[in-house]
Design a protein around this ligand. Structure first.
Ligand SMILES: Cc1cc2nc3c(=O)[nH]c(=O)nc-3n(C[C@H](O)[C@H](O)[C@H](O)COP(=O)(O)OP(=O)(O)OC[C@H]3O[C@@H](n4cnc5c(N)ncnc54)[C@H](O)[C@@H]3O)c2cc1C
Length: 400
């Protein structure tokens, strides 16, 4: 049997290795459009590859299909660790985020490549598949060649981290074959406020915050974590976790606003600031924030409130700053786009795939795995875990 894999990323490589481990007589070929498979893995986890999480659960994914739960139970945290140990990767656990002990993403890619070579998986690099012809056999077409297979795994990933637009991806080809494509949008990414100039003075500031997401003026979700200001974006893990909802809402033309609590550990802020004023009598506004909040951020908040930094704090003005630090509003224009995103939300609809096998629900011998599907998880190793788990299940089904 000949199996063709479109895309030598995390899911494709995982599937290739496991097909061969389960049945070494199967002829497996990976088509990878880049010079080397797995390029994206090198960029993951800031170059350290957060490849799974010790708390794998369907609740950390935005697609709540019952079968997803089963896939994650069959390839759970222990199974993932066991697999990677079997190819030489020892884990290190940092607050449930799992990295290779070497703390090098290249270790994960090397380990997969070594295994692929050992198992004689063929890799055709710079082979960009641009069409799929489906009949008794399945033909994969690149610009100048075509290849015939008995089964094909589509693991070409999504659009995140790439300068690739939808029309250059495989999605239009899949759409032509009548797959339902949930519009891919960027997720786990920074967002752009309308008033970018408000970020100018706070560039580089990191602050533990509670961020409330308002869609059409209604509270949609709240996240707690580090917020980072960059020149043109609001970023940091707290924004990443909200970004998929932001992208979807903006795409639907809804009003998106963030309300940031810069002092989430202070519950009664009015009482807190009033008492602080009693202690710090005759302090200027500038000095009143010293030791409490990042000074660049404090100065920006004061200037937005038009409070003179060199004037003495007046008790009757305290309410203004309380309201500002509790719920500082940013109206959001757009999410930062695919190049700055870690994952895409959307993709091939799960209703078109049998999630017990990963086989297409209407094209026999066509399988799917990884980010090309409409599954995305939160930060913390969940997206790679999905790629491994779905690649593993596809391999089991393909190898029969
Ligand atoms: C900067 C960054 C950091 C990240 N960090 C983490 C992290 O720490 N932890 C985590 O869990 N997730 C992380 N992710 C997300 C994670 O990398 C992806 O979810 C995961 O790689 C998806 O695996 P995949 O195999 O489905 O797709 P990909 O890894 O994208 O692989 C798809 C492969 O298919 C190839 N391809 C595409 N189209 C074709 C075609 N037509 N013909 C031939 N080949 C094709 C691509 O070149 C690519 O090699 C990060 C992503 C980015 C961008």
């Amino acid at each position: 049997m000949r199996v063709g894999i479109i895309g030598g990323g995390a899911a494709g490589m995982m599937a290739a290795v496991n097909i061969k481990l389960l049945n070494n007589n199967i002829d497996v070929t990976i088509h990878e459009k880049n010079q080397r498979p797995g390029k994206k893995i090198l960029a993951t986890g800031n170059g350290r590859c957060n490849y799974t999480n010790s708390d794998i659960d369907v609740k950390y994914y935005h697609s709540k299909d019952e079968n997803l739960k089963k896939i994650l139970q069959d390839f759970d945290f222990e199974k993932c660790i066991e697999f990677f140990k079997s190819i030489g990767i020892e884990p290190i656990n940092k607050n449930s985020y799992i990295y290779p002990m070497s703390e090098q993403a290249s270790s994960i890619l090397n380990a997969l490549e070594l295994k692929i070579r050992e198992l004689s998986v063929k890799v055709i690099s710079e082979s960009n598949i641009v069409d799929i012809e489906y009949s008794k056999c399945i033909k994969l077409k690149s610009k100048d060649r075509s290849y015939t297979y008995d089964s094909v795994l589509i693991s070409c990933g999504g659009l995140a981290g790439l300068e690739l637009n939808y029309n250059d991806s495989l999605y239009p080809v899949l759409k032509k074959q009548t797959y339902k494509i949930v519009k891919p949008l960027s997720a786990l990414c920074p967002v752009v406020p309308f008033e970018i100039k408000r970020l100018k003075k706070t560039e580089g500031v990191r602050v533990k915050s509670k961020v409330a997401l308002y869609i059409n003026d209604s509270l949609y979700s709240t996240e707690f974590g580090e917020l980072q200001f960059s020149k043109n974006y609001l970023s940091g893990i707290v924004i990443f976790q909200l970004s998929r909802h932001i992208s979807r809402a903006l795409d639907e033309g809804q009003k998106v606003e963030l309300g940031i609590d810069f002092l989430p550990s202070v519950h009664d802020k009015l009482d807190f600031f009033t008492k602080r004023h009693k202690i710090l009598k005759n302090y200027t506004w500038k000095d009143f924030g010293n030791g409490l909040i990042n000074n660049k951020l404090w100065e920006e908040l004061l200037s937005e409130l038009k409070l003179d930094m060199n004037a003495l704090v007046k008790v009757q003005e305290i309410k203004k700053i309380v309201s500002k630090v509790s719920d500082c509003k940013y109206l959001i224009k757009e999410s930062a786009g695919f190049l700055r995103a870690q994952v895409s939300t959307g993709g091939v609809a799960l209703s078109d795939v049998n999630l017990k096998t990963m086989e297409s629900s209407f094209q026999k011998n066509i399988y799917f795995a990884g980010e090309v599907l409409d599954v995305d998880g939160i930060c913390g190793g969940y997206n790679l875990h999905w790629a491994w788990a779905s690649g593993y299940l596809a391999a089991k089904s393909i190898s029969g």
